[in-house]
Design a protein around this ligand. Sequence first.
Ligand code: AMP
Ligand code: ZN
Length: 112
Amino acid sequence: MSDCLFCKILAGEIPSDKVYEDDKMYVFKDLYPKADVHLLAIPRVHIESLNEVSDEHDGVIAHMMKQLPKLAKEQGLEDGFRTIINTGEGGGQVVFHLHIHLLGGKNLPGFQ
Ligand code: AMP
Ligand code: ZN
């Protein structure tokens, strides 16, 4: 956990472009955006991936899911948005602190 990139962002040790935060989650702009809007939503608690989510995380996971549509609307994504969670190396996960990609806008690429 000590060398977790997103834990360092949460601790303010690595800069990030913050969009939203509360006691359970933190949301910031992806450094290499794949669409007009590309945010990353992370729990404050370090969870490696969806594989490590358990009953104790019910509250934070439900909270994050309910915040996403609000965040999308605040970004001007009135007609919809895409969420992606990459899980494990086989799922394309590069940073092992659970994160939800929130993407949208005119240049949203097709989902392959
Ligand atoms: P994933 O492949 O699902 O693990 O996604 C990791 C995401 O983190 C990628 O979309 C990267 O562009 C993004 N990323 C990597 N480093 C940073 C950083 N320092 N600040 C913001 N986003 C980052
Ligand atoms: Zn972490």
